[in-house]
Design a protein around this ligand. Structure first.
Ligand SMILES: [Zn+2]
Ligand SMILES: [Zn+2]
Length: 224
């Protein structure tokens, strides 16, 4: 009998006669505590090749999850699929009767350069580009700070400089111990030492700390 790769622990021995070419995996998500009593949650996933799709079953135990997954597989291989787009425009379709879903349609969107149906790449004005014309796609002038790779991260050298400055400030204040720091995605910076926090709130403070700005008077303070 086939075995399924398990996220933790030993492999699970399948109870259903899965064909050898189908990759299967399973896992237990632990115990769910509820008023009705505690119960386990488990999943079982199969990746058939023909038709190529992804099937998942969930249950109280892996056995139960596998049985559900097996039943959907049986439905998929015996079904006369009737595909529909639902709310997708990229060509991906879902069968009305079983769990089969796949890229079966032409995309409803077209390349703005050659008019070929494509969902390959989309710019910030919702214009589409096929693989061949992707090089004409303009750069987003207002990239999201959180998800864009081009958002500049604080360079390591500069971090070191800031940490050195922060350490000096802590020591000057009579605070000893290891200095730790936290730099947020938005660029907010915090330093911690001996239960004290040094919050960098202004660019001027930061430059002072890095020794790149000479203040007329000390501005930053420690806070708990
Ligand atoms: Zn179907
Ligand atoms: Zn094109």
């Amino acid at each position: 009998m086939k075995t399924a790769r398990k996220s933790f622990g030993e492999d699970y021995e399948c109870k259903q006669p899965w064909p050898e070419e189908i990759f299967v995996q399973c896992g237990e998500s632990g115990v769910v505590f509820s008023k009705e009593g505690n119960y386990g949650t488990a999943f079982f996933e199969a990746f058939p090749k023909s038709p190529s799709c992804f099937l998942r079953g969930e249950g109280a135990t892996v056995e139960e999850a596998e049985e559900k997954c097996w039943n959907s597989y049986q439905k998929v291989i015996s079904c006369d699929h009737e595909m529909e787009r639902r709310n997708r425009t990229d060509g991906y379709g879902y069968c009305k009767h079983c769990s089969y879903s796949s890229m079966v349609f032409e995309p409803l969107t077209k390349c703005c350069k050659c008019n070929t149906p494509t969902a390959y790449s989309k710019d910030h004005n919702d214009k589409y580009y096929c693989k061949k014309h992707k090089r004409f796609k303009p750069k987003d002038p207002n990239p999201s700070k959180y998800f864009d790779d081009s958002y500049q991260r604080t360079p390591r050298k500069y971090k070191k400089l800031l940490k050195k400055g922060a350490t000096k400030k802590f020591r000057d204040g009579g605070i000893l111990g290891k200095v730790k720091y936290q730099i947020g995605v938005t660029g907010s910076k915090k330093f911690f030492c001996g239960g004290k926090v040094l919050n960098i709130m202004f660019k001027r403070q930061e430059l002072m700390l890095a020794g790149r700005y000479k203040p007329k008077r000390e501005g930053d303070e420690y806070s708990d």
